[in-house]
Structure formats: C-alpha cells, structure tokens
Ligand binder design. Structure first.
Ligand code: UDP
Length: 371
C-alpha cells in the first residue's frame, strides 16, 4: 500500500517524507505523540510560540540545508546570545572578550589570550582527555569553574572528567566582542513557529498521530515495502542488549503577568546549587527588535531541569561516552541486519545532532534511497 512507513514525525522523518513524496513515492507517517514536529514542536500560549521540548535555534553553514528549510518557512533574524548567571554575576556567552573582561578585567585580545595561556599552563594540560581538561585548555580554570563545571554537571549528571571533550567544543571561544553563540552563516527561528514549518513539509502527506508503532508493529509493517524508523534504536530491539543512556529534560512553564522577565531568550544558571540549568523566555526568540515584545503584556518562561532518563521517559540527549558508544555499535550491528528498516535521526542513530545536521542526513539518505 505504501512504499515507506515513516515512524516519527520529527525533522528526520518529515524531511524524508517530503523528499520521497516529491519523488513519486507513497508514504505514511506515524507518530505516537498527539502532535507532529517531534522535539522542535512549538505551541501557542498567549500569542507566543513556546518551544515545548526545549529551545531550538536554527543555525547552519550548509547552504543546501538553508535553501531547503527556507522553502517551508521564513526565518527571522534571531541571533542566539545567551547570558550566564553565576550566583548573580552575569557573563556573556559564548566565551568572548566581554566574558574575559568581566572575569579578569582584561581589555585587549592579547591580554585575554595571555590569561588563558597562563591558566592552561598552571593546569599542565597538554592533550585534553575529557571535558574538564578540554574546557580548561580552551578558556582557563576561572571560566571553567564559574561558567562550565556546575552547568555541565547539572546538564549531564556526570563529573566533567567522565564526559567526552567534544561536548564543550560545540561552544566557540572568541577573542572578539561577539556574543553570537553560533559560528554559522545562517541563523534564525521560523516565523510562525517550528510546528508550522514541519506542517508545511508534511503538506499533502498522510500522517497518523497518537499511533504507537510497537503496539501495532506487525500490522503497520505489512503496510509498506520499507520502514524509516526514527525512534530510539535500543527501544526497537526491546532493549535486548541493555538500555542506552539518555538525559531527559523537564520543563516548568509559567505565564507571568509582566511584559519582560529576564530581557533575553536564554539565561543559563551556571552554579551547581540552582536546580535548573536555564530559563527560557520564549517571546524573545521572535521579538527583540526595538523591544517589540513588550507589546505583549504577558510573558512565558520555562525553567529547564535535567534528569537521568529511564525507560518510559522522553529521551532528549544521547550520552555519547565510551560505554554508550560501544553499546550503540552493538545495536548498529543488529540494525544493519534489518533489511527492510532504515534507522535515522537523533534517536535512531543515537547522536547529539543539531537540526541542520539531521536535515542534511535525511537529505543524504533520500538521495541514496530514491536514486
Ligand atoms: N555549557 C556550559 N555552560 C554554559 C552552556 C553550555 O558549560 O553556560 C556546556 C555544557 O557542557 C553543555 C555544552 O556546553 O552540555 C553544550 O552546550 P549547548 O548550549 O550547545 O547545548 P544544547 O543547547 O544542545 O543543550
């Protein structure tokens, strides 16, 4: 009946569905949630698009991906510039001259570089082996202790010495006065929210929501020649080799009777004691030009709490350490034997994917598959 059954209406599944449909294939998309768009789902509260599953800021250097997403949405000029709050001291992120000036009083890039070098030498790190060593060698001990250590340990529930170095390499370090968090040519938020963008991708495509794949697997499998599965790879194999570890996130969302709570979309609480990792004030993803968001008298904020995932919870971040990497490889071997099934996306590949990379990977797959 269908060429492809696509399990999961997130970015990976939706891009694949669009491309396959445009290539003349018949597809069915299912999702166990009552909504499309996976973790980029946005919901309207008080005329504000609330990022229900955490802040998503689209950024990419990939022109093909940018051209692709802008077919489905217009993007605004939002630039991510989070602020770090360490026990009431505010610092600019990512680490740049404003951060270094506030931390050490240094004024020139040479002075900042010298200070970082001095702290790196004191720590005696030549080749960083974990997140702690990587962080200290990038920005020195003071910034590590005030802006990285507490936040990272809350976010990952693990000691920084037990986490892979690559996580911190996501953050740029700049000897310029540039608060733009991302090194990306293209950046913004879809006007009208991510849900609308994904709905446009899925335009004219059959989607069944509230449909759990595993509850009806035999029946659903029989509907299509091939399956694109974007759920968790270990769940597919009923956790037979053990569960891969994820971090989950819980949000406490509040509507406040004031126009402006924190003056920025994201404020990170980088000390260890504050139980949340960050507070998102959703209106500032869309407004901000000339303070226009103040026109809306209310504001919606979400406190984000990180927790260890257990079976049944919503998985968010794969914990890409050695142990889980090895277990993933075992699941991958099983996945490769499933002739009819393609595994893709953050959960299907157990990968800390940015949105643009997920889209690039779905486009690459469609090219291969549909050739
Ligand atoms: N990080 C940090 N302090 C911050 C922000 C980030 O130490 O104020 C570290 C932390 O380890 C985090 C990583 O940098 O996991 C990547 O941060 P990013 O903001 O890219 O994470 P995401 O937005 O994907 O949650």
């Amino acid at each position: 009946m269908y060429d492809y059954l696509i399990v999961g209406a997130g970015l990976f599944g939706s891009v694949f569905a669009r491309q396959a449909t445009d290539a003349g294939k018949k597809v069915l998309v299912i999702d166990k949630h009552p909504n499309i768009a996976g973790n980029v789902y946005t919901e309207d509260i008080e005329n504000i698009h609330v990022h229900k599953y955490g802040a998503h800021i689209f950024h990419t250097n990939n022109k093909e991906v940018w051209n692709y997403v802008t077919r489905f949405a217009e993007f605004n000029r939002f630039t991510n510039s989070p602020v770090a709050n360490y026990k009431g001291e505010l610092y600019s992120l990512p680490f740049n001259m404003y951060t270094f000036n506030k931390m050490w009083g240094v004024v020139t890039p040479e002075e900042a570089a010298a200070k970082i070098e001095e702290q790196r030498n004191e720590a005696g790190i030549t080749e960083p082996h974990n997140l702690e060593e990587q962080a200290i060698s990038l920005v020195g001990k003071d910034i590590y202790e005030k802006l990285i250590k507490g936040y990272t340990e809350k976010q990952w529930g693990r000691d920084c010495k037990d986490l892979p170095a690559f996580i911190i390499k996501r953050l740029p370090v700049r000897l310029t006065f540039d608060n733009n968090y991302f090194n990306a040519l293209y950046q913004g938020i879809p006007v009208g929210g991510y849900t609308k963008m994904v709905a446009n991708m899925l335009d004219g495509i059959e989607v069944r929501l509230d449909t759990d794949y595993f509850e009806n697997k035999t029946k659903l499998d029989a509907l299509a020649d091939k399956i694109v599965y974007t759920g968790a790879i270990d769940a597919y194999f009923e956790y037979q080799l053990g569960a891969l570890e994820y971090r989950s996130v819980r949000f406490e969302t509040e509507v406040l009777d004031k126009p402006n709570f924190q003056g920025n979309a994201a404020v990170n609480y980088t000390d260890r004691e504050t139980p949340w990792t960050r507070i998102i004030e959703h209106k500032w993803f869309e407004f901000g030009k000339d303070d226009a968001g103040n026109d809306i008298p209310k504001t919606v904020i979400s406190r984000e709490y990180s927790s260890e995932w257990k079976v049944g919870d919503e998985p968010y971040y794969p914990v890409n350490d050695e142990k889980n990497g090895a277990l993933y490889q075992e699941y991958k071997k099983l996945a490769d034997k499933e002739q009819k099934v393609i595994f893709g996306g953050r959960l299907g590949e157990y990968k800390y994917y940015d949105m643009d990379a997920v889209i690039a990977s779905a486009l690459e797959l469609t090219e291969k598959e549909l050739d």
